[in-house]
Design a protein around this ligand. Structure first.
Ligand code: ACO
Length: 429
């Protein structure tokens, strides 16, 4: 007999058999558990999805207790060491590492889609000079969709793949143009001779030189950071991508929604929050005091620590620490690093953090690297969003071919007033 769960409803004394597949029961199977014929049936209550699988996915595997992260079966450590972001994006999207001709074609397709329609520049120009780059990114990606009305045809696989290439390619241009506008610099156009991260650095930092040459160590570091941030299964922004995408909206709108979710300080905004926190602490001598405040529960959190899924060292944080050393060899050591290392040292030996299994997450060190690379703080979350676009799109693409797909529509436990009659304004208390 297949695995199953027998549930006895103590309200009625009735027993029910519910099948177990992949270590899960279907919430809808509980609906048959009723106290009477007109009862709606039992639901599960799971705010924040602490224990609910919302989809089946073959893209990313995480074992949070063991600190394991794999994309399509490949350990993140091997991809960080041997792959490139562009190859990894292909892997996430299409399930296998590309062959040489496939990779060449994919590289070409991404490279030759990096140019933005010139009309989009008037939208960028409309932002106030100090508008946050994430808010700009969200709006610009949504606006980009208006240039491709055919993107609404999400049932056409070829059309979907075209939009995927466009979004992955153009997101670096959007990000860099928004930055240049913010600092009052002329836009620097893409250079098709450069790699994906090299091209991004070119569009961010090119001055008057005719050919920008990215520093190979920084270009490589950025590529590794892009790989580490490319996907992380059903996190807040990916859940937004799937939920919004389930309404069959075009992928530009769904990516804009996912980017909005990423903007929050508890998600992709944490890398920026870490630098604010390190600046606020100010010196190694102040670390014990700061830890005291965190433990006192004064609403102060140790940003860059803790994770919904990892209850062990985030494997990405380990790799990032190594990348940080390589970057600091070129740029010089970030003075905030000493504060970060001391925070980590104390936190990892302090009962408060040990008991709660709070370890550094991917964002604890990434901001220090970006800062050393002269990337301004407000751009950090944008640097997270750029590679995560491939993860969002891979999840979206997978979702659209899932036979179980339906529009996302959670249930609620209604806690409001019972039916009552409208009271005329004159008669209200
Ligand atoms: N500093 C201090 N205490 C913390 C922290 C932290 N960073 N994170 C969690 N805790 C404490 C909570 O106060 C709680 O304590 P309690 O049991 O005494 O009430 C306990 O640890 C469990 O925390 P939850 O909030 O229940 O954990 P949850 O899984 O809901 O939150 C989250 C995960 C949001 C990442 C949280 O750890 C956090 O806010 N971290 C700081 C922000 C951050 O770095 N976010 C980036 C996450 S990685 C990413 O999105 C790429």
């Amino acid at each position: 007999m297949a695995d199953s769960l027998t549930i006895t409803d103590n309200r009625t004394g009735k027993s029910y058999e519910v099948p177990i597949n992949d270590g899960t029961i279907k919430a809808i199977d509980l609906r048959k558990i009723k106290v009477s014929d007109d009862d709606f049936g039992l639901m599960t209550y799971d705010p924040a999805f602490l224990n609910t699988a919302a989809c089946r996915s073959a893209i990313t595997f995480i074992d949070g207790d063991k600190g394991i992260l794999e994309y399509r079966g490949y350990p993140i450590e091997q991809l960080a060491e041997k792959s490139t972001y562009i190859e990894t994006a292909y892997l996430l999207l299409y399930g296998d590492l590309p062959t040489k001709p496939q990779l060449e074609q994919w590289n070409h397709d991404i490279t030759y889609h990096t140019i933005l329609n010139e009309n989009l520049k008037s939208l960028l120009d409309a932002f106030r000079y100090n508008a946050h780059p994430m808010a700009r990114l969200i709006s610009t990606v949504a606006a980009l969709g208006t240039f491709y009305p055919e993107a609404k045809d999400i049932s056409d696989n070829e059309m979907r793949q075209k939009q995927i290439q466009r979004i992955i390619a153009k997101v670096i241009t959007i990000a860099a143009f928004n930055y240049r506008h913010r600092i009052g610099m002329p836009y620097a156009y893409p250079d098709n001779d450069l790699s994906y991260p090299g091209n991004f650095l070119n569009m961010m930092f090119r001055m008057t030189e005719t050919k920008y040459k990215p520093n190979p160590a920084l270009e490589h570091a950025l590529d590794v950071l892009f790989i580490l941030h490319a996907d992380h299964e059903q996190n807040c922004s990916t859940a937004a991508m799937r939920s919004v995408g389930s309404s069959e909206v075009d992928p530009y709108s769904a990516v804009a929604a996912a980017a909005a979710a990423l903007y929050g300080p508890l998600h992709g905004g944490a890398n920026e929050a870490v630098i604010h926190m390190l600046n606020e602490i100010g010196s190694v001598a102040h670390v014990p005091d700061f830890i005291k405040r965190v433990k006192a529960g004064e609403g102060v959190k140790l940003m860059g620590f803790g994770h919904r899924v990892y209850k062990n060292y985030d494997p990405r944080a380990k790799i990032i620490k190594k990348v940080a050393d390589e970057v600091f060899d070129v740029t010089g050591r970030n003075p905030l690093l000493d504060i970060a290392l001391e925070l980590e040292r104390i936190a990892l030996s302090d009962d408060y953090f040990v008991k709660r299994k709070l370890y550094p997450n991917v964002d604890f060190y990434s901001g220090l690297i970006y800062q050393a690379m002269a990337i301004p703080m407000e751009m950090f979350t944008v640097l997270f969003a750029i590679p995560r676009v491939s993860g969002w799109l891979a999840q979206w693409n997978e979702m659209l071919s899932d036979p179980d797909l339906k529009i996302s529509r959670p249930r609620q436990i209604f806690t409001g007033s019972e039916r009552r009659d409208y009271v005329d304004l004159k008669k209200r208390g």
